[in-house]
Design a protein around this ligand. Structure first.
Ligand code: ADP
Ligand code: MG
Length: 390
């Protein structure tokens, strides 16, 4: 554990003791994530490839056996929120507390005897930037309860239950990628995840060792139409699968894409969505094989192609994200693409270490000239998944 994460664990534990009057049973951490490649593939049963950020949600937790659940966040104003585990009802809570409470609900609903807890948490994962602060929150609580109640659940099971908490209790229709990344990633690796059967493989992705860096550029914008547009893309993909007679677009082999597009006839909208999903799954497989053969620099063009596909075919980019990608590539980046759902949020940039200052400056200047909000740029080191830290 790094010195800074030890200090964070210490601070969260100390605040827990102030709030609840005794030291916590333990402290756990779970990271946010970025997706290297594989966008809008998860609800098509396809492939994704996230890696964990060094930014984490850290939770100090003690077990309770009296049915009481007390929740507090250092990052949200207000007193401790007190709930009862018997009283937890899906979609009844519009506050941040729905995420940790939803995890308790999902565990209990799955038959696990979670009888209450005191929780205090603090997070360094930027919220609402497409970096999965919500999954970090869910997974850190799930892991803490798994340990404290001796549930013996594996990472992928904690991810599933956390996803259920967000889908059903919070009421947000998210895929399985974010929670799996937070629960299962390993340092120096990206996680190749098949969202159909949840099989996963750790893929070497130790950029620093090879003289490269990966930047995250958080545009700090979120365009308001994003949710409605997300729903439309999902429906369009379902329509495409139905027209092609497959369960999900994942079932259309890359080699049969041209024939599939012909069969879709003149429904241009659906043709574009299908083309993105099928080519994107193929790009993920290409990235996996390049990384496994040690040819990391060669993934750059695939990132750029992936962005073009999201921009032109899937149509979920926006001027800010396009500006990051175009500027970074012109300034010498190996590759760049939007990451996450789109319409704002963050982009990633793969670059030689020596080129990072020039690229960062170019992006900042381009944003200033365009009159956009100053983006937040930081380096993403592929980091560890959820773990106990104290
Ligand atoms: P993302 O997961 O991309 O960051 P979401 O909208 O899915 O965005 O999740 C953000 C929400 O998660 C916040 O609105 C808040 O309710 C909750 N959240 C994130 N971080 C914290 C935190 N440190 N403390 C309390 N709630 C948090
Ligand atoms: Mg989220």
């Amino acid at each position: 554990m790094s010195e800074s994460s030890a200090a964070a664990a210490e601070a969260v534990a100390a605040r827990f003791e102030e709030l609840y009057g005794s030291a916590p049973d333990g402290v756990w951490a779970a990271p946010g994530r970025v997706n290297l490649i594989g966008e809008h593939t998860d609800y098509n049963d396809g492939f994704v490839m996230p890696f964990a950020l060094p930014h984490t949600a850290v939770a100090a937790v003690s077990r309770r056996d009296d049915g009481v659940l007390r929740l507090h966040s250092a990052d949200v104003e207000g007193p401790v929120v007190e709930l009862t585990v018997d009283g937890l009802t899906p979609e009844s809570d519009k506050r941040w507390t729905a995420y940790p409470a939803g995890v308790v609900w999902a565990l209990r609903e799955a038959g696990h005897a979670v009888t209450g807890a005191d929780v205090h948490l603090a997070s360094t994962v930027p919220s609402g930037a497409g970096l999965s602060s919500s999954a970090a929150l869910e997974v850190v609580v799930a892991l803490a309860l798994n340990d404290l109640f001796g549930l013996g659940l594996r990472g992928w099971q904690l991810a599933r239950l956390s996803q259920r908490a967000e889908n059903v209790y919070v009421g947000a229709p998210v895929g399985i990628m974010d929670q799996t990344a937070s629960a299962c990633c390993e340092a120096g690796h990206a996680l190749f995840l098949d969202t159909r059967d949840l099989s996963q493989r750790q893929i070497p992705f130790d950029l620093a060792a090879e003289g490269m860096r990966l930047l995250v550029v958080d545009t700090q914008v979120k365009h308001s139409h994003s949710e409605g547009e997300y729903g439309k893309r999902r429906e369009g993909c379902e329509k495409g699968a139905a027209l092609l007679g497959v369960d999900a677009l994942r079932d259309v082999p890359y080699e049969e894409l041209d024939a599939a597009l012909v069969r879709l006839g003149d429904d241009e909208e659906v043709r574009r969505l299908v083309r993105h999903v099928v080519t994107e799954d193929h790009r993920v497989e290409q990235v996996v094989s390049l990384l496994e053969s040690g040819d990391t620099r060669a993934i750059g063009p695939l990132l750029i192609e992936g962005h073009a596909s999201l921009r032109d075919d899937f149509r979920v980019s926006c001027p800010e994200l396009d500006l990051v990608v175009d500027t970074a590539v012109t300034a010498g980046a190996l590759g760049a693409r939007m990451t996450g759902g789109g319409f704002g949020g963050s982009a990633i940039v793969l670059a030689e270490e020596a080129d990072v200052p020039v690229i960062t400056k170019a992006v900042e200047e381009a944003f200033a000239s365009a009159g956009f909000k100053t983006p937040r740029v930081f380096e993403a080191v592929p980091s560890a998944g959820a773990r106990r830290v104290r």
